[in-house]
Design a protein around this ligand. Structure first.
Ligand SMILES: Cc1cc2nc3c(=O)[nH]c(=O)nc-3n(C[C@H](O)[C@H](O)[C@H](O)COP(=O)(O)O)c2cc1C
Length: 246
């Protein structure tokens, strides 16, 4: 996943698409990459469908939407976030615009025993929409969500992760070589709690994807133990990382 780092500084949510269509070759690459995504949890079945955006409730003028379906197991939405963020970054490398679309709805929420998780719009866009570096990001500082940070370079990368309504629900507590990653529960007045919780679980997977890219790029190896998707308490332990000595 290391190779995705440069796209971390380039990606943004693309909500305005061009009239131009993806070429057959581009579409083939986009589909092939779906089979290369690294799962967070290997035994959760995930399937994808690419449909014309006009056949969904997505309000953007994108050419397509990707519908994501998954088995409903512990951390299934976090797994979806982890996988599809790699796809978001890969499409960015091809100058194809993407936007996570939590407001998406499908007629059949269940398909062949899999549950609808989320959709992402994608299509050609003006390449000038992408970012050119680590400025121009509306994000909190890494110290605001990461206590005890010993390597600021990691914080500078992970703070750029996208999240639903830019809520940035992640918290990290570090003690020496041990990192605990939490989902902080919150509310958005205009949204149902259920919907927001659903999105924030996806956000945590996106964050872990950024964290793994950051750790790999900074030369860390680690052992990761996953937590749960329980809704108990004010914050939920999602993962524990133990970093090996460098
Ligand atoms: C799980 C998830 C759901 C999202 N849902 C929507 C959505 O329904 N509509 C929308 O316009 N943007 C949506 N976004 C995009 C976020 O608003 C966006 O990622 C965030 O504001 C940060 O901006 P950036 O992606 O341009 O860096 C979603 C993002 C995530 C991660």
């Amino acid at each position: 996943m290391k190779e995705l780092l440069q796209n971390v500084y380039k990606r943004r949510s693309v909500r305005r698409y061009s009239e131009q269509k993806l070429t057959d070759e581009e579409l083939a690459k986009v589909e092939e990459y779906l089979h290369e995504l690294k799962p967070l949890i290997a035994d959760i079945k995930v399937e994808f469908q690419i449909v014309p955006c006009s056949e969904t409730n997505c309000k953007f003028n994108a050419e397509y939407c990707l519908l994501v379906y998954s088995e409903e197991k512990n951390l299934w939405l976090t797994n979806v976030g982890y996988m599809l963020e790699q796809w978001d970054l890969y499409l960015t490398s091809l100058n194809i615009g993407v936007c996570w679309y939590g407001m998406g709805k499908v007629e059949d929420e269940r398909q062949c025993d899999l549950e609808y998780a989320i959709m992402l719009s994608f299509g050609k866009c003006d390449p000038s929409l992408f970012r050119n570096g680590d400025y121009d990001f509306n994000r909190v500082q890494a110290n605001d969500f990461w206590k005890g940070m010993t390597d600021a370079r990691l914080g500078e990368i992970v703070r750029l992760a996208p999240s639903a309504v830019n809520s940035q629900p992640w918290r990290v507590e570090q003690a020496d070589n041990k990192l605990n990653v939490y989902r902080q529960k919150g509310k958005v007045p205009i949204l149902s709690n259920q919907l927001f919780k659903h999105w924030n679980k996806v956000d945590m997977g996106i964050f872990l994807c950024f964290l793994d890219i950051a750790l790999e790029n900074e030369g860390y190896t680690y052992t990761r133990t996953l937590g749960s998707e329980s809704d108990e308490g004010k914050r939920v332990l999602i993962a524990e990382y133990v970093l090996d000595a460098k």
